[in-house]
Structures are given as structure tokens and as C-alpha cells.
Design a protein around this ligand. Sequence first.
Ligand SMILES: [Zn+2]
Length: 298
Amino acid sequence: MRLSDEEAHATFKAIRWAGNGGEPFCPHCGCVAVYEYKTRRIFRCQGCLKQFSVTSGTIFASRKLAIRDILAAIAIFVNGAKGYSALQLSRDLDVQYKTAFVLAHKLREAIGAEMKSRTVGGEVEIDGAYFGGYVKPENRKEDRKDRRLLVNQSGKRRVVVVMRERKGKTLPFVFDAEADSLPTIQARVRRNSVVYADEASSWDALHARFATFRVNHSVAFKDEDACTNQAESYFSRLRRAEIGTHHHISGKYLHQYANEMAWREDNRRVDNGAQYSLVAAAALAHAVSREWKGYWQR
Ligand SMILES: [Zn+2]
């Protein structure tokens, strides 16, 4: 927060164009001959004559926040091990809730982007857990319904299925039901992988494709090497984010929180300075967000 405007701008430049020694090039045509207006922190391409700023063409395009505030938001965001709520971020930065909400979601989108084409392999633990769609029980006992029955549920409950490499990467997806995840698992878990899952019948079909080991959690949590403890740790972090930080996660955005927590698990032993650089670099390498740009104007 102590950075001057000049220093914040220089930091952004160095991160965004790290691959070019921190020297800007045109986001429209790629030309490296660029003129910098000293007073306005705007660049002009000598090739196509278009103007651009340090955030043009990135996820922070058409920003209203100062660059220093964006850098501060990234630092605050990475330090929230259980996630970070938009309300708290808006207080920290002294900006509107709506601004903080969109900014945090843009950061989630940027770090989730690296999972888009990811596959996992080796020893992979697979498990599912349900989130959202909480139905509050009626006050009086005689009015209460059996919330286990489909007809008495909200229809908003979703399952997060995670594929997690032992000592490796984490890859979560959101489905309506656990069994819906099988085509995705086939596409994302490489052949010749060894798969670990629990006793749930959804996973029976895995045996046909992978060497699969099952652990019956009603008997033991760890059976020889058949356990899904890594997948469970991931869910524990996502659950703590749901209960402790956000209190309520909308099914619509559950995949974004699932990706965020996967990233936090995978980078949990990386020091927070390096985490900060990773998120900043991911965000500045990410194209304009189709989901979040102009979100509140829609
Ligand atoms: Zn150009």
C-alpha cells in the first residue's frame, strides 16, 4: 500500500511483460516498437498506432481501481488460506462490495484457467462431496420434512468431484450427481494411472478402465495403501471456505471456489511472496474476462 503510482505501474509492467524483459509490446499486433507517454502511463504502438495501457487486453481491462489497489487485493487474496470474502476485501480496500466481488472472481478465474486443459496421472485419488442447497428445517418438529428425500430438497445441491494426484496436482469439477462425473474422469485421468476411491457405487465403473483400489470408510479410513486422504484434505479446505469464510456458496459459482481451493492446496507449501507473483502473473496473462467484465452493468 506504500507504493507510489509510479512504482505500482512499474511493478505491473514487469509482471505483465516478464517474457519480454519487462518491455511492453502491442497487445493488438505484437509490435515491440512502442512509444510511452511519460505523463499519462499510456503506450502507443508505432506499428498499428493504437493506444494501450498496462492492463489492456488482460483480466483487469477497463479497470476503475488504481493499480496499487489491485496489487493489494492480490496480496490480501493469497493470504486467505480458507478463501477471502468479498465483503472483507471491500472493507480492506475501501471500495464498493460489488467491485470487490468482481475483482475476487476475476482472480479465481485467472488461477482456474491453468486447470482448463489439465490431465492427472500416476496415483490418483477420486472422491466426491456435496455443497450448497441447504434446506433449513422447520421450527416445529411436526412441520419438519424428511430432507433426505429428493422432493424436499432445494434442487441446488451440487457435488464436487476431485481427481487428486498423490504429491501432485488437484483437478475438481462440479456435477449434479456423482455418477455424472465418469466421462470427465475418463477424459482427464491418463490411462495406466492407479486410481483410489471409496466404497460408493458410483466408482464401480472405474475398475473397467483403471487399476482401481477401494477403501471402505465404514470399516477403516486407510486400508493398506488404499485411502483417499489427499482428496479428503482438499474437501476439508473447501468446506472450511464454505462454512468459515463465505457461509453460502452459490451453485453457479461453486466451480470457481472449487478451483480456487485446488490452487491453494497445490501451492500450500509455496511462500506467500511467490504465491503473490503466481496470481499476479496468471491474472495479467489472462485475456479479458467474458464472464466478469461489465458484470454489474448487465
Ligand atoms: Zn500494434
